[in-house]
Design a protein around this ligand. Structure first.
Ligand code: LRH
Ligand code: MN
Length: 396
């Protein structure tokens, strides 16, 4: 059995290869259908989003990439590549996953890749191919697709024909991928559609990824599950079948609430990280850790730094599980001892170890306190306040 210091040593090593991608839209003024509470320091230009991401990476050392949403961040498509490269070198953060926007154009009212109109489907596929071309130009590995497509009333759309159109569209997209690129398929059970959603669960996403081609994988957004669903079991199956491509981490009390990771159920994220640890370190490079949150009330910079720190701490705890001992107790059906073996790690306060890891890497031991001391938030409030008071141009 591993000694205390061995376990801590493994937490240190684990933290060395822990990285998490942050979303550009996490810095923007976002809201719910009932409205937006504008923050004077919110980012709305791509440069401001890179600046904020650069600050988070400077403080935490583990967020080297920024997820971009095509129509929100790259309205000129591949023509924006030079601008992106200049921001990458200026702010020390690289463009990460490229997220197509197939959910805001009026013509996608009855669907995009699944729309009954062949013409509209072709326009949606073109947006997918543009997104692949942008990712190639920026050197991004992942094209991360979420589709709102679905319907609101029984009988109003053909679920079967939409599956065929989707398979066709994803195969066309997969054909355009460069050898190092991946197509991540994100599922969601409902919203904005409230009768059927075309990619509603992991099984559908897994089938579509397998049918699209060998570089397609499934993306698990932790907020995209029914409240009663066992998410770590879904993760175990996707790891077992080799179809897990990555995560959108957030937390929720009810549905797709996009709250900050670990704020409601930190044990949930711990159980997911534990399943990943059971697959060993070599799968890590194949699993994209990304944050997908909407900071409607919390200060956006604070919420992002808080989230990254929480993810590090919960990840380090999952690494502490004595998996050898646990496997023996599980197979011996020593239930309480097995449960206590898992919970011991969860209840271990790793914060001193994580602070020590940060100190050893020349990083702020307490990034949230360092953010406050930096007065970065005050600075961006001054710079952006007047503009933001007028309300933002695009959704994020
Ligand atoms: C959909 C989603 C998707 C993003 C969006 C911002 O709910 O999770 O990943 O495109 O949020
Ligand atoms: Mn998501």
């Amino acid at each position: 059995m591993k000694s205390e210091s061995d376990l801590h040593q493994s937490a240190f090593q684990a933290l060395d290869c822990f990285q998490i991608e942050i979303p550009s839209w996490g810095f923007a003024n976002t809201g719910t259908r009932f409205g937006k509470f504008l923050q004077s320091g919110a980012a709305s230009t791509l440069e401001e989003k890179f600046s904020d991401a650069g600050q988070v990476h400077k403080l935490t050392g583990v967020t080297p990439t920024l997820a971009l949403h095509v129509l929100w961040d790259l309205p000129n498509g591949t023509a924006d590549a030079e601008t992106v490269h200049s921001f990458e070198s200026k702010y020390g953060v690289a463009a990460g996953s490229i997220n197509p926007n197939l959910f805001q154009d009026q013509e996608f009212k009855f669907g995009s890749l699944c729309n009954p109109s062949k013409e509209i489907r072709e326009r949606a596929v073109r947006h997918m191919l543009d997104s692949v071309a942008i990712a190639r130009k920026l050197g991004s590995r992942d094209i991360s697709l979420w589709l709102p497509d679905g319907s609101n009333y029984p009988g109003t759309q053909s679920i079967r024909r939409r599956i065929e159109w989707l398979e066709e569209a994803l195969q066309k997209t997969h054909k355009k991928l460069a050898p190092n690129q991946r197509l991540l398929i994100e599922y969601k059970p409902f919203e904005p559609a409230f009768y059927h959603t075309d990619i509603a669960d992991w099984g559908m996403a897994s089938h579509l990824a397998a049918r699209a081609g060998p570089q397609a994988r499934v993306l698990v957004d932790t907020g995209h599950h029914y409240a009663t669903q066992n998410i770590e079991q879904v993760v175990a199956w996707l790891l077992h079948t080799g179809m897990l491509g990555g995560f959108h981490f957030n937390d929720r009390r009810y549905a797709d609430d996009d709250l900050t990771l670990g704020s409601i159920d930190p044990y949930q994220i711990f159980r997911i990280f534990h399943e990943i640890q059971l697959s060993g370190q070599n799968v890590l490079s194949q699993i994209a850790f990304m944050i997908d949150q909407s900071h409607n009330l919390k200060g956006k910079m604070e919420a992002m730094v808080q989230t990254v720190c929480a993810a590090q701490e919960i990840y380090a705890r999952a690494v502490l599980v004595d998996r050898e001992k646990l496997a023996a107790l599980q197979d011996a059906c020593r239930l309480v001892e097995a449960e206590e073996c898992l919970r011991d790690a969860f209840w271990t306060d790793v914060r001193p170890a994580v602070r020590a890891w940060r100190k050893q890497r020349g990083l702020a031991e307490n990034p949230l306190a360092a953010l406050r001391a930096s007065e970065y938030v005050e600075q961006i409030r001054k710079e952006r306040g007047a503009r933001n008071a007028k309300g933002a141009s695009s959704y994020a």
